[in-house]
Design a protein around this ligand. Structure first.
Ligand code: PLP
Length: 453
């Protein structure tokens, strides 16, 4: 019971415990969280392990902003790591979820929402003829790989160092995002056998592949080692190499799908994979994923074919309603406006941080923005790691948080400005970034790069 458990957070935030747990501050809530949730977080990327300090506990969000349990407001560039495109608590999403909830939350029988969301996805992504809905991006990539193996009769999977495809055993090796932030080579608890058929190769180089390979899986725009755009010709080269060896090409568009443009990265780049993975945006902030592709490829799935894949909550009515509300709300012109706004923002951000004396790279693809404290553009995981090793990101993160701008608490995540981030909000970020960078640069100059932990 929450009232009983709120007894003794001696580390004390303001308010500390009492019968009304909600009166507790960030420190009190995190203290409670750590007692009953490993590390206090339900996903390691939310911890402040890489940046130091105590995470703020969110009480609510609205548009571009979130408020913590102490009532402090942050301009939020995390946006659930890309799951939120319209901004927090957008009325179109909230209304859709409420309407759906009144009719029942899950049935275990086909429902209209899943058909409508599948149609909306297939309509927008040229070449994607069918999708199956699941409940997370992890399930989507895991299932896409199984389909690829089932369809080709081959075992081997090629992935790129620094690309993150969720936390399924076979795909964690060389993972970006939290795996990289925590410096893990992969993960303990994954038997050697589970990754024996996973080959990890450097991003932005077309690897040698042969007829033992079932699929090559790639983030067409890498967004889990910071933001690393595909080098010119990389995706085209992958397509050709896959065709030559009869290998299926899988685009993991869990971040890029319906974010970098109305048809995602495949429509943007003109390179068409055999299988797509989606998640994040298509759930409107509820748990969803999807994998899709050509009808002949997906035909291997049960009940029509021999590849088993299932989910009690797959195609959940609340999640499909939320996702559909997002896809229907966003017009192609919104994508263009956002991309224009963000391009200007990225240039301003680079100028503000660079002007304060820090080496910085601010890559941008559509509305996706990266932030590397590095003198040269970053093209792969090795370079991303070198940039992160300086520790500048952690200091900059803390300086921004003091200015009430929330970035992800790790150097390998993208920034996620969305439709709620107007010119005004983005200008606020730029102003805060200039100040924060000046503070970081001054501390760096005065006390050496390891100061201000
Ligand atoms: C977030 C992410 C995933 C995993 O999705 P979950 O919903 O967290 O399981 C997979 N691939 C990419 C590219 C992602 O960014």
């Amino acid at each position: 019971m929450s009232a009983g458990a709120s007894g003794g957070p001696g580390a004390g935030g303001p308010g500390g415990g009492g019968a009304a747990g909600a009166a507790g501050g960030n420190a009190a809530w995190f203290h409670r969280a750590r007692r009953v949730i490993p590390g206090g977080v339900d996903s390691p990327v939310r911890s402040f392990a890489a940046v130091g300090g105590t995470p703020y506990t969110v009480a609510r969000g609205q548009g571009a902003y979130v408020w913590d349990v102490e009532g402090r407001r942050y301009l939020d560039l995390v946006q659930s790591y890309g799951a939120v495109l319209l901004g927090h608590a957008h009325p179109a999403v909230t209304e859709a979820v409420l309407r759906a909830a009144r009719d029942g939350t899950t049935f275990g029988a086909p429902s209209r929402g899943e058909v409508l969301l599948a149609e909306a996805i297939c309509d927008r992504v040229p070449g994607c003829e069918q999708v199956r809905l699941v409940s997370s991006g992890t399930e989507a990539t895991m299932s896409a790989v199984r389909v690829a193996r089932g369809a080709t009769g081959r075992d081997r999977v090629v992935k790129f160092d620094g690309c993150y495809h969720g936390h399924a055993d076979a795909l964690l090796a060389g993972g970006g995002s939290g795996v990289a932030t925590l410096g893990l080579p992969g993960s303990a608890g994954v038997p050697a056998g589970a990754v024996a058929d996973t080959v990890v190769v450097p991003y932005n180089q077309v690897p040698e592949i042969d007829d033992r390979v079932a699929c090559v899986i790639v983030e067409p725009v890498a967004a889990n080692m910071g933001l690393v755009p595909p080098a010119p010709g990389f995706l085209q080269g992958l397509r050709r190499a896959c065709d030559d060896a009869g290998v299926l090409l899988v685009f993991d568009e869990v971040i890029t799908g319906f974010r970098v443009g109305p048809g995602g990265a495949s429509a943007l780049t003109g390179v068409r994979p055999d299988l797509w993975c989606f998640g994040k945006v298509i759930g409107g902030g509820l748990p969803v994923g999807a994998f899709g592709g050509r009808r002949d490829v997906l035909g291997v799935l049960a009940p029509d074919g021999p590849v088993y894949q299932a989910g009690t909550l797959s195609g959940n009515p609340l999640a499909t309603a939320a996702g559909l509300a997002v896809l229907e709300h966003v017009a192609p012109a919104d994508h263009r406006d956002l991309a224009d706004r963000v391009a200007a923002f990225a240039a301003d951000l680079a100028a503000a941080i660079g002007g304060a004396g820090l080496d910085v790279q601010v890559p941008v693809v559509g509305p996706l923005v990266g932030l590397f404290f590095a003198p040269e553009p970053v093209g792969d995981h090795r370079q991303a790691r070198a940039s992160a090793a300086s520790g500048t990101y952690a200091r900059f993160f803390a300086a921004m948080l003091r200015r009430q701008v929330a970035l992800a608490p790790g150097p390998y995540e993208a920034l996620f400005p969305g439709l709620a981030h107007g010119r005004h909000e983005l200008d606020e970020v730029v102003a805060a970034a200039g100040d924060a960078a000046a503070e970081v640069a001054a501390v760096g100059a005065g006390r050496g790069p390891a100061a201000a932990g």
